[in-house]
Design a protein around this ligand. Structure first.
Ligand code: PEP
Ligand code: MG
Length: 571
């Protein structure tokens, strides 16, 4: 039995037969041509590039409505790469100077370009290396005259579960594969944001990327076991191993089916406390997943993802459309949109200033207040989107009360600008802040008074309380969400909100970790915001917990600054 490891990007198990996707770039013939054949060879290349472009444009023009939103722009990038005269020109130079056949010249040029892209500092540009490879693959496929992606023995209605094994999958190919019933996707290349990952996620099909040279190890029809949790694939395992995975898969599917029944069940504890379960999203289209999971609203829309991976700033209209799409999709349920949180682990393209310690520098609200025009654009877009429902504006990384006042002034000024332009917007927005800096959790009262709601960002609160960088693997063992100091800060914030009648949520990662749901209920938390996929697990815990009993146990432990033993909360 051969075993390979990659990065599991969509969880789940799959067992099925390998269907190996063609990779023209790995299969092209290399030969030299006669000097008099050079013009003909260049013309053959140019025709193939034109045809490939026409095909892509046709796919882009007939994109299904339910295709992930990123695919349209990616197809445009591929079409632009094909139209770039440099690719044709440089490849023709290889044909002319070295007398390579067109396919050989194209793969050589592609190799060179991929290497150049891989060395680029800018992550966005580095990722374009994959696009170059995929465009070249498309041209080669046109030249070979082949139209099928998978071996012909596999019709799309084959009885066996099929697992697609590919070197990489382009957005256009992913669209073609989307129609089939595949049990999993496995690729040698790609990361969590690759097209394969995006589309597999939208199909809810297990996927593993970055498997190295896996495609070369497998033959069509090999039996594969895919474990999307650990990123492991087994080739032709023994009957016993196969049986073990069949049982795991059945158990997992039973659990998911059981959880799905909870979608419309109320999130109420055994002692009748109603708990709000909301969703964290990063892209507007994720609102659909939030609704599917039965979320009570959006507890955190990280707006920075609209600003990243591009060299210009999103316009007011672009932002308005993105925010309005979420507000409309959520159908009157509250939508909490966080103003731009940039400057630490997330940076904007073109920003070259690097703070001594970026986590303590000009980030989030500090960055926005330092760039009033950019901030005003976002605020106007938010106010305009509020017309369609209930928008809650959330300010990240607040450390001083004057930042709250400055934000209110900025909002008032944005209102005046919209008034002057005669643009409609709603005045019924709420304003809240993230509690991420220990200082505000300790001296929380003025913030509770000045704001409509609070949301505790435990990801940053833990890093700032314990002086442990949240992304540094060398100190990851010290990044401790259960540290009594962290829990006291959370408890203090929740209690202050309770006294003032202002809602307090937790939107950091711990809110979606069902192992600590009881502990958070014990701290008095009644609003949780998490990744949509985690919501039903947390709801299950809520419905089996007795909130008041948990509050007593947790309060006693915290009073003694003791570590809370989660096992004692489960009974
Ligand atoms: C947090 O800090 O807990 C949070 C939710 O924000 P982010 O992870 O985006 O910094
Ligand atoms: Mg944060």
């Amino acid at each position: 039995m051969v075993c390979a490891h990659g990065q599991g990007v969509v969880k789940g198990y799959a067992i099925g037969k390998a269907a190996i996707m063609s990779a023209a770039a790995l299969e092209v013939a290399h030969y030299r041509i006669a000097p008099e054949d050079v013009p003909g060879e260049c013309a053959r290349l140019e025709q193939a590039m034109c045809k490939a472009r026409e095909e892509l444009d046709a796919i882009a023009a007939t994109l299904p409505d339910d295709a992930p939103r990123e695919l349209g722009p990616l197809l445009t990038v591929h079409s632009l790469l094909l139209a770039d005269p440099m690719l044709l020109q440089q490849t023709c130079e290889l044909i002319t100077e070295r007398h390579y056949n067109a396919e050989w010249a194209l793969t050589s040029q592609g190799q060179l370009l991929s290497e150049q892209f891989a060395l680029m500092d800018d992550e966005y540009l580095r990722e374009r290396g994959a696009d170059i490879r995929q465009v070249i693959e498309r041209i080669l496929r046109v030249m070979s005259g082949s139209t099928s992606l998978l071996p012909s023995l596999y019709a799309s209605d084959a009885e066996d579960s099929l697992i697609v094994v590919a070197r990489d999958i382009s957005p256009a190919d992913m669209l073609r594969l989307r129609g089939g019933r595949f049990a999993a996707f496995l690729t040698d290349l790609g990361g969590p944001t690759s097209h394969t990952a995006i589309v597999a996620r939208s199909m809810n099909v297990p996927a593993i990327v970055g498997l190295g040279h896996f495609r070369g190890l497998v033959r069509d029809g090999d039996i594969l076991v895919v474990d999307g949790f650990t990123g492991t694939v087994l080739i032709n395992p023994s009957g016993q191993v196969l049986q073990e995975y069949r049982e795991r898969q059945a158990e997992y599917e039973r659990e998911r089916a059981e959880l799905a029944l909870l979608r419309d069940a109320p999130a109420v504890t055994l002692d009748g406390i109603v708990i709000k379960l909301e969703a964290n999203i990063e892209l507007p289209e994720e609102a659909e997943a939030a609704k599917k999971a039965g979320a009570d609203g959006i507890g955190l829309f990280r707006s920075e993802f609209l600003f990243m991976g591009r060299s210009d700033l999103p316009t007011e209209v672009e932002q308005y459309e993105a925010y309005a799409a979420v507000v409309k999709a959520m159908d009157g349920r509250p939508v909490t949109i966080r103003t731009l949180d940039i400057g630490s682990d997330k940076t904007l393209d073109g920003d070259v200033t690097v703070a001594t310690n970026p986590a303590l520098g000009l980030r989030a609200i500090r960055y926005c207040l330092a760039k009033p025009e950019m901030f005003a654009t976002q605020l106007r877009a938010l106010l305009r989107a509020s017309v369609f429902g209930h928008v809650r504006i959330l300010i990240p990384m607040i450390s001083h009360i004057h930042e709250v006042h400055a934000t209110r002034l900025a909002i008032e000024s944005a209102c005046r600008e919209l008034d002057a332009r005669g643009v409609t917007y709603a005045r019924n927005y709420s304003l809240g802040a993230m509690v991420e800096i220990p200082a505000i959790a300790i001296a929380i009262e003025p913030f509770v008074e000045a704001l409509d709601f609070l949301s505790i960002g435990t990801n940053d609160l833990i890093q700032y309380t314990l002086a442990v960088d949240r992304g540094d693997s060398d100190v990851a063992d010290l990044y401790d969400p259960m540290h009594p100091a962290v829990l006291r800060l959370i408890a203090h914030t929740i209690n202050a909100g309770e006294r003032a009648g202002k809602p307090v949520a937790v939107c950091g990662e711990i809110a979606g970790d069902s192992r600590v749901t009881r502990m958070l209920l014990g701290l008095g938390l009644t609003e949780f915001s998490m990744h949509p996929q985690q919501l039903l697990d947390v709801k299950k815990e809520v419905r089996q917990a007795h909130s008041n009993a948990l509050r007593l146990k947790v309060a006693m432990a915290l009073n003694r600054a003791e570590r809370i033993d989660l096992a004692t909360l489960s009974s």
